[in-house]
Design a protein around this ligand. Structure first.
Ligand SMILES: NC(=O)c1ccc[n+]([C@@H]2O[C@H](COP(=O)([O-])OP(=O)(O)OC[C@H]3O[C@@H](n4cnc5c(N)ncnc54)[C@H](OP(=O)(O)O)[C@@H]3O)[C@@H](O)[C@H]2O)c1
Length: 240
């Protein structure tokens, strides 16, 4: 598939697109791809280094950015590209014996509670009519039905929690904005800092611009009937 997403014809013209996690591998590619489409009057990227900064562990920073974004125009496309798998303090568990309560709480704070706070402050600001999307980057390994390999307890469980929060928020959102769409998206395996230590050689890894184009093409195809769903980058439903 091509790297250029093309115009997102299904979105009403003149809206605003917002990316959270804009400093990340996929998030920064999404900002560039959204700008390339020319489908939005403004594309805003928020992250811990943006102005204003957004830290998922600081609700006030989320509320502040949500207010700032809403002043720019109609929020038509919001993508949460934040997420956490490993850093120099913690790595995914290979077995139960490696479970650490603090590490687990941290994964949940960033992968589940953080996006829940984004939804808390952003979904009520979506327009009541016309297509608008809130998409959160989840991961296929968060699928309970698709779990064949085990391991990665904190990441898997926090992404499963994220999926439930997406589904629950979609139900609430539909009552106020019936054409709005709230989904979880598996971006595929993408060549970023998050996947670098783990993606097996030979695995079909996408470059971030390719992944961004896939995600935007998916969002363009989604309709209100898809809200509350969990989709991979090809548009196929992922089992919960
Ligand atoms: N790469 C893959 O193969 C793959 C596969 C499946 C799912 N995903 C999902 O795709 C999403 C993006 O991943 P990526 O590969 O682009 O990883 P990445 O390059 O490591 O980016 C992660 C992003 O999360 C942000 N983040 C982490 N902790 C945060 C916090 N406390 N507050 C605010 N932002 C925070 C980072 O912000 P800073 O820039 O401020 O550090 C960064 O923008 C994640 O949800 C990941 O689980 C990725």
């Amino acid at each position: 598939m091509m790297d250029e997403p093309g115009p997102l014809a299904s979105f009403p013209r003149g809206g605003v697109a917002v990316v959270f996690g804009a400093g990340g591998g996929i998030g920064s590619a999404l900002v560039s791809a959204l700008e390339t489409t020319g489908s939005f009057r403004q594309v805003v990227g928020y992250g811990r280094a943006s102005s204003p900064p957004v830290d998922l562990l600081d609700e006030a920073s989320i509320e502040h950015a949500a207010c700032a974004a809403a002043t720019l125009g109609e929020l038509r496309c919001i993508i949460d590209a934040t997420g956490f798998l490993h850093d120099d303090r913690q790595a995914p568990e290979k077995s139960l014996s490696q479970i650490d309560p603090q590490a687990m709480a941290r994964a949940f704070a960033i992968n589940a509670t953080g996006p829940a706070l984004l939804m808390k402050h952003m979904l009520g600001r979506l327009p009541r009519t016309g297509k608008c999307v809130f998409a959160s980057l989840s991961a296929r390994v968060g699928s309970i039905g698709d779990n064949r390999l085990g391991g990665w307890y904190a990441y898997r469980a926090s992404k499963a929690a994220l999926n439930q929060i997406i589904r629950t928020s979609a139900i609430e959102l539909a009552r106020r904005a019936p054409q709005a769409i709230c989904v979880a998206v598996h971006p595929g395996t993408v060549d970023t800092a998050l996947s670098a230590p783990f993606a097996a050689a030979g695995l079909n890894k996408h470059a971030p611009p390719q992944a961004a184009a896939h995600i935007l093409r998916l969002l363009d195809r989604l309709t209100a009937a898809d809200t509350g769903g969990f989709f991979d980058w090809r548009g196929q439903a992922v089992p919960w």
